[in-house]
Design a protein around this ligand. Structure first.
Ligand SMILES: [Cu+2]
Length: 119
């Protein structure tokens, strides 16, 4: 079996696991903690929101975000740590953004990517 084939199979397995997990979360578990949430560590969630404020020295951004079904979260306003403080140079308060977040602790998520919203 060549390398490409093995990689393709591994990717197929990965996405099947992801889908099963997401399904399980949506159906039964609305909480953000516990063993199920632990399995989500490392998974990148995508969301949209409006920047409320930035704290460059603390490396934090407050975002009024829409629903994030993959966690799952309803819409809310909350403050996140950012992976890299430089990311805050690219945003302004009131701006509509697309962003990525990754679980970084119990009930804690870190924003790993911010870009202007597409629409
Ligand atoms: Cu939230």
């Amino acid at each position: 079996m060549n390398t490409l084939r093995i990689t393709t199979m591994a990717l197929a397995l990965l996405s099947a696991t992801d889908l099963a997990l997401a399904d399980d979360m949506n159906m039964k578990d609305m909480s953000m903690s516990g063993p199920r949430a632990d399995k989500m560590t490392g998974k990148v969630h995508h969301a949209t929101g409006i920047v409320k404020k930035m704290d460059a020295s603390a490396g934090q951004v407050t975002i009024s975000h829409g629903p994030i079904n993959s966690i799952p979260w309803p819409p809310m306003t909350m403050t996140f740590a950012v992976k890299d403080k430089q990311m805050l140079r690219q945003v302004t308060a009131g701006e509509k953004i697309d962003f990525d977040l990754v679980r970084s602790g119990k009930d804690q998520y870190t924003v790993t990517k911010i870009s202007p919203a597409h629409d």
